[in-house]
Design a protein around this ligand. Structure first.
Ligand SMILES: Nc1ncnc2c1ncn2[C@@H]1O[C@H](COP(=O)(O)OP(=O)(O)O)[C@@H](O)[C@H]1O
Ligand SMILES: [Mg+2]
Length: 225
């Protein structure tokens, strides 16, 4: 993709469902890519402003002496596709965090992203909502046929069940021409809830397991770039 060579990678962390961990992943990926010295922009496209509020707290902590690497953040709503693509001309990586519902923002993100991560939990109810996301993906396919889509299991129990990923794998297999299962599983860990309070990412905290998960995810993204 010649267009991609002249601009940074656009990653959308999106779902039509709220509370699945989209913003948690977006902010943690931003912190990890910044740690790896990439110039990274977080685009908060959700009125709830979870990512933008995290960014404000991060700036506050940095101004009080924390030596975390710089992350940029803007807020944008509505038809954001053009903005996302333009901004990618100024950054190595752009991470888009749209609201958890079918919206202009999620459709724009699906139309702009090189790589789309769809976080899901492993319960049947969450898997059912994936049908809704698939419909939105199909609607936006023509805008952006080269994108890659990955389903990412998040907030999984610390102790894996024997058949933990079975239903998710079966679901993804039904759509294997359009999406694949991420090789990373994000577990439910307290540090994902507590670290955003001061604007840090888990990679800037002591929990080595959470840090390893986010680092693996960042590596997967770079490998798919
Ligand atoms: N891996 C995780 N482990 C523990 N708690 C998590 C994890 N991911 C998200 N959470 C918590 O779940 C809630 C919803 O996460 P959030 O990222 O805001 O979801 P979304 O952006 O999809 O609405 C928040 O309280 C967040 O701290
Ligand atoms: Mg959110």
């Amino acid at each position: 993709m010649s267009e991609t060579n002249q601009r940074g990678l656009i990653v959308a962390v999106a779902s039509t469902k709220g509370g699945v961990g989209k913003s948690t992943l977006a902010i943690n990926l931003a912190a990890e890519f910044a740690r790896l010295n990439y110039k990274v922009l977080l685009i908060d496209a959700d009125k709830q402003r979870t990512s933008a509020k995290w960014f404000d707290r991060r700036q506050e902590s940095i101004s009080c002496g924390e030596s975390w690497p710089h992350v940029s953040c803007i807020e944008k709503q509505g038809h954001i596709r053009q903005t996302v693509i333009e901004q990618a001309g100024h950054y190595d990586l752009v991470i888009v965090d749209p609201a958890g519902r079918d919206s202009r923002e999620i459709r724009s993100a699906f139309g702009a992203a090189d790589l789309i991560y769809i976080p899901t939990q492993v319960s049947q109810v969450d898997l059912e909502t994936l049908d809704e996301v698939v419909a939105v993906l199909e609607d936006t396919y023509e805008l952006n046929p080269d994108r890659r889509v990955k389903i990412l299991v998040t907030q999984a129990p610390i102790t894996p069940g024997a058949n933990e990923l079975k239903e998710t794998k079966e679901f993804v297999n039904e759509y294997k021409d359009e999406m694949e299962l991420s090789g990373v599983v994000i577990r439910s860990r307290k540090i994902y809830r507590t670290s955003p309070r001061n604007g840090s990412g888990v990679v800037e905290c002591a929990d080595s397991k959470a840090k390893a998960e986010i680092q693996l995810l960042a590596q997967e993204i770079l490998q798919n770039a």
